[in-house]
Write a protein that binds this ligand. Sequence first.
Ligand SMILES: [Fe+2]
Ligand SMILES: [Fe+2]
Length: 476
Amino acid sequence: MAIDTSAASTIMLKKKPNSPLIVDPDSKFIDSIWNDRMTGLIPPVVSMTGMEALKILAQFKQPFSGVFINPLLTDQNPIAIVKASHHYHAGVPIYFLNDAGYDGLSNGELEKIGIQKKVQKPITYEEMIKLVTPAVMIFDPKAAIQAVEKDQEPVDTEVVAEDSQFFSVRSENFFSGKTIFFDVYIKMASGKYLKLLKAGDAFSIERITSYVKKGVTHFYLKKTTQEHYLNYCDKLVGAIVQSAKISTEIKVAQTFHHGEETLSFLKNAGVNKSSIDYAQGFITNLGHLVLQTEFTNNQVIGKFIKDMGSYEHGVGTAMIACLVSHYLGFSNEKAVHVIGIASLLHDIGLLNHSDAIRIEDEAQMNPQEKLIYYNHPITGAKIVSECAHIDPVVAQIIQQHHERVNRTGFPKKLGRGVILQMAEVVGMSDELFKLIHRAKSNPALNPLAEMENSVDYLFSKPIGAAFRAVFLGKKE
Ligand SMILES: [Fe+2]
Ligand SMILES: [Fe+2]
């Protein structure tokens, strides 16, 4: 069941607060965090190493509500994490998270290095949240649901709706204020269903409360959308995953923040609402795939997915690729899966290399780095081809994602007619993502104009036409 039932605790949020960052190598403690009911409402960002925490602090665009650091961290000096927090997230309160029995520096000494105070384990995630989240943002819905509480079935019970096209979900399950991915209906006294909310919108706490107060115990979703969605996730899962258990590093917060940069660009660029909804839904599905499955027995893919920068680049590329491929008519499920997975993993061959290589900026690479870079499509294809559950076309796409029809690409300098169209879709999306990313630090750069100048030289005609149609609104 993909419906979020995490909100069925007694504490609800009036407004979505920011996530805290927790840096602690103590796996038992981290497990206790993920098992805390509060994670369903405010998903934390967690790092078990100092190195990863530094990356997260540098790359995470959303503000944190607080940063909790275990001072007994060994792979990095904890003070480096404190400094990075001050540098990248000025003003965010920082706490030292002391193991039971460890006292460390006094609060006065900590204050000198800009640490709010130390907190002592054992501590629950809920207690940590209360430290960093203003009380005004937390809401207790008990009073709101009192009126209907007596008639309610136990949490998670579905009731059979008269109309077999619908299934019901308890109203409180929507209290998270999160974006809803399905159209939501209410059942009228007449037996008819009235559409309340469109997929992609969020249900405000106030609005749900008012329905609950009126005695609405359940909302209704259309079975068709739900089944389609679950099928899609299942198929994707089946396509990639051999073994499964969620990797703790990738949690809801990270997943949904990824792609935001691309999304806001698409909105500002005037891309139509239905395309944006489509891209958002597509990424949500990919996100769910990562959330619901342990990305693998294949350690390289698992590691790639945990790398924030790589993952963000993969998600942004996938978001653009889904729009382009949708326009080109890749609508069957298999094609959609292949494009999604290939976009997400296209740069897997860059893993474990220097930053210059990983950001694919040739200007910053030395000759040796360039050699590695020119070979990454082959390395990536090999990694993916060794994962039995990934469609072989994904490996081909990855191998060709830097090939260009004017033979300026690599690794094989292929030309017109021999490059897979799906590889071109991923290649063009990759280039556009990089332009969007570069434009953030160079406002003079217009990613769409830049792409329009080169798209017809580098890619085949249909790709240029799709680019112009989707991003410039020019139909040919
Ligand atoms: Fe690449
Ligand atoms: Fe790339």
